[in-house]
Write a protein that binds this ligand. Structure first.
Ligand SMILES: N[C@@H](CCC(=O)N[C@@H](CS)C(=O)NCC(=O)O)C(=O)O
Length: 214
């Protein structure tokens, strides 16, 4: 089984897919792809139907798009409990996961990652400012506070036990760190920033950071 990923320094979707695959406990190898130049993009299109990463190659099939990979992993490795067991909690976890998968466009635009704006390491950028970004950050804070207040008694993650939702919000935590965003400015009472720190301290994320090439 192979997971084709982009640069570990800034490929946020690759990080999400890789974290989910790591949690399955399955044996897989990662294959590095790049997409800075036209030639690299053309080469990526040879292995990725959409031209994007991550892509999972399994049993002669390709699964592209992070959410599809995550759902495949949850179905294929039920013992990894990648989604919450309770159907209502699972629906909430899927909702917040879908929200980051298809939304938060201002956060992505104003806090975009790249070779000079890495989600790993000590480099930091100036905090951007825009009303649309403020709205996205207020939503992130409210979502984190709401879920942590509700499920905090069941464990340290967004829905108590670790789930795919935590993988999907790890790059958000990395953006908060890189762009030096003070979540208190966006309605945090400390709950969201504590959760952000927890995401950044995950051993899998630390491993990803150490494997990232500058
Ligand atoms: N909806 C896709 C988005 C994947 C995506 O945007 N991947 C970026 C890297 S983080 C990419 O492959 N970019 C290639 C390019 O811009 O040419 C998913 O969830 O996997």
């Amino acid at each position: 089984m192979e997971l084709i990923i982009g640069p570990r320094t800034y490929s946020t979707w690759s990080l999400r897919g890789w974290m989910v695959m790591k949690r399955t406990g399955a044996d897989f190898v990662t294959i590095d792809a790049r997409y800075e130049t036209a030639a690299q993009k053309a080469a990526l299109s040879e292995v990725s139907p959409s031209g994007f990463v991550p892509v999972l190659r399994v049993g002669g099939e390709l699964i592209w798009d992070t959410l599809a990979i995550a759902e495949w992993a949850a179905e294929s490795y039920p013992e990894a409990r990648l989604w919450p067991a309770d159907p209502t909690t699972r629906a909430l976890a899927r909702s917040v996961t879908a929200e980051i998968h298809s939304g938060f466009s201002a956060l992505r635009t104003f806090c975009s990652t790249g070779p000079d704006r890495p989600m790993v390491g000590d480099a930091r950028s100036e905090t951007p400012s825009d009303p649309a970004l403020d709205r996205d950050l207020a939503r992130v804070v409210s979502l984190f506070r709401q879920m942590r207040d509700r499920f905090g008694g069941e464990g340290p993650w967004l829905f108590g036990d670790w789930s795919i939702a935590d993988a999907f919000y790890t790059p958000v935590a990395a953006r908060v760190r890189h762009f030096q965003i003070d979540l208190a400015d966006h309605g945090d009472d400390g709950t969201a920033s504590t959760y952000v720190e927890r995401l950044l301290a995950q051993p899998d994320f630390r491993l990803w950071e150490t494997q990232a090439q500058p």
